[in-house]
Structures are given as C-alpha cells and as structure tokens.
Design a protein around this ligand. Structure first.
Ligand code: PEP
Ligand code: MN
Length: 337
C-alpha cells in the first residue's frame, strides 16, 4: 500500500501516518519529494482497509499494491490448476463439455438427454434439481426427486454429474449424487454457501454473478480456496448490460483476462448468456478459440416442452453438430476435444 500525502503537508502529519503504520505492525518507507511525500507501507496489506490511513490529516490518497485475492491469483500459483473429476480432468489440454437439460423433468427426459449428450461427445452430465427461478410461480425443479433420478441413472451412464446447490443445508444431500457442485450466478456471493462447499472439498463450478466484476468472482473463489478446497472451476455465463436483445451479454474477454489473473480453469456457458439456441453454437466456437477450458451447454430432446429455459436449449442433433465443429476449432488452437 502507498500513502500519498497532500502537497505541503506539515512534518507532524507525515509523522502521524508513520506512527499509525508502525502501530499496525508494518514498516514505513518514506520518499520525500520536492513537493509531495509518499509513504510506502511494507508488509501484507490485505487484511487492512485503506480507510485507516485515508482518514488521517494530510493524506491525499491510498493506493493498494497487492491484489485483494491471494490463493486464486497466478502470483501465488503460477501453473494452471487441473481439476480431476472421477476420470475427467478440467483445465488440461482437453476441452471438457458439460451438457444436459436445464432441469430434470422426468426419468424418461433425463435418460434420453443423458444418453444423447454422451453419444455426441459430452464428458459430464449437467441437470438441475434445485432451480433458482426469477419468479416463485415458475417451475422450481424436482428437488430431492431429481437427485434420486440422477443417482439412478449414474451407474449405467458412467459419466460424472454436475448439479446446482442453492442452500448450505442441501450441500450434503446434493453431494451424495453430484461429482461437481454448481454455484449459480445468483449465489456467487452467498457466503455461507461458499464456506460450506469449501469445507466439503468436492469439486465446485462457481458461476460469475450476472452483476459481478471478475475481481469479485475471484474474491468469491477465495472463500472456497481458503477452506482448503482447491478443486475449483470458474464459469462466465453472461452479465447484465444495456443490451436486451440477448438474455445477458457473454463477456468473452473473461477468458483471456481471468486466465491472466488466476490459475483456475475457466468455462463458458453460452446457453444462459444468450438465452437463444441459435447463438449457442457460434459463441461456443468463439469460446474455444479464446482459450476456454470447457463449455456448459443446455440440451433438451423437446425444447418446446421444456419446463425451464426452453428457448436456449439445443436439440440433441444440434448439440452433436456443435461438438464436431468445436473439435475443429480446438485442434486449430492446439487443444483437444
Ligand atoms: C444453470 O446453469 O442451471 C443456471 C441456472 O445458470 P445460472 O446460475 O448461470 O443462471
Ligand atoms: Mn437453465
């Protein structure tokens, strides 16, 4: 942290800042210029709020040097993190596809979709049991019944499963059948949920809040990492902008930018980002080209009858075409699919 003093600050004001720095257990490094004095605060500044210095007489501004997140940063962990999930690895050379219905609706719908996405080349089955819906009158998911159906098809399917958990009290029951716990956009800052999944240690896919910055996403990641759970993946799923033609705006810059900021794998969800199946394939190809480690895609055998997110779900044959085209792009950028 650097404390910049106002021009012409009296020596007593500078001395008071130095004393406060020492009181807090840091060392002060004084750089007295002709017009202005700058004081360096030496030590790990992360737990300290800038206001402890900004409030003192004569202080013009306080500038942080260290990033507010630590365990998630590349400085702390320079190599890419690779997350092993029961036979599938996320974050390596191979791009991983998680696909399936928005919601588990019935045994037949789940089985048909799961088999179709597996045949088309998906590596992990996605399917919602607890659904975070904007309206309390919309379909809320089958809950525990959906988890039972997921547990039922799992042995015959032989694919890891990802499903969303919305509340700390559901973490245990969801973890009984899920290989990856998904934290949705609306819960990115549900801190008690982040603590609970951090303690559990099961792989987690943390989705970016629709109104959150990349730095805020990494601060939420830090909650999970600080509990010792390193098996963490991040997902960009579209953010709110002034554009209303698409459901959200896919922030593809999140891929290269987050890859610089953090060692964690980054996935893209073009289904929730666009809200329209027609734009899911082009943005999937762009995501692979930009360096995404994986895709999260909604697929439904009959999107017109879907109980949630029908407009954005791909029919299985369109999903199969997406995988083939994404494979070509993956090879072109030195990845595998
Ligand atoms: C989902 O993936 O099922 C979902 C609800 O996504 P999001 O949290 O990104 O809206
Ligand atoms: Mn959905």
């Amino acid at each position: 942290m650097i404390v910049v003093m106002r021009r012409g600050s009296p020596p007593e004001a500078i001395q008071a800042v130095v004393e406060r720095i020492n009181e807090l257990g840091f060392r002060a490094h004084l750089s007295a210029g002709v017009e202005q004095t700058i004081i360096g605060v030496i030590g790990d500044e992360r737990p300290v709020n800038e206001s402890v210095f900004r409030m003192l007489d004569g202080v013009e501004k306080v500038v942080r040097i260290l990033k507010p997140y630590k365990l998630a940063s590349r400085d702390f962990h320079p190599l890419d993190t690779v997350v092993p999930i029961n036979g599938v690895t996320v974050g390596g050379k191979r791009i991983v596809i998680m696909a399936g219905p928005c919601s588990v609706e019935s045994r037949e719908q789940l089985r048909e979709t799961a088999q179709a996405v597996k045949e088309a080349g998906a590596h992990i089955l996605r399917a919602g049991a607890f659904k975070p819906r904007t309206s309390p009158y919309s379909f809320q998911g089958l809950g525990i019944r959906a988890l039972e159906l997921l547990a039922e098809i799992k042995p015959e399917l032989g694919m890891p499963i990802i499903t969303e958990v919305m509340a700390p009290e559901h973490v245990q029951v969801v973890a009984e059948c899920a290989d990856i716990l998904q934290i949705g956009t609306r819960n990115m800052q549900n801190f008690s949920l982040l603590h609970t999944v951090g303690d559990l240690g099961r792989p987690v896919l943390l989705k970016r809040g629709m109104m959150s910055t990349m730095e805020e996403l990494l601060m939420s990641a830090e909650y999970i990492l600080s509990h010792g759970n390193q098996r963490l993946m991040l997902c960009e799923r579209g953010i709110r902008t002034f554009e209303t033609y698409t459901r959200n705006t896919l922030d593809l810059s999140a891929v290269p930018v987050l890859k610089q900021m953090t060692h964690l794998p980054i996935l893209i969800d073009p289904s929730h980002a666009t809200g329209n199946w027609e734009w899911v394939t082009p943005l999937s190809l762009a995501a692979v080209a930009a360096g995404s480690d994986g895709l999260l895609i909604e697929v439904h055998p009959h999107p017109d009858k879907a109980l949630s997110d029908g407009a954005q779900q791909l029919r299985p044959e369109r999903f199969a075409e997406l995988v083939q085209r994404a494979r070509v792009v993956a090879e072109a950028v030195g990845r595998e699919l």
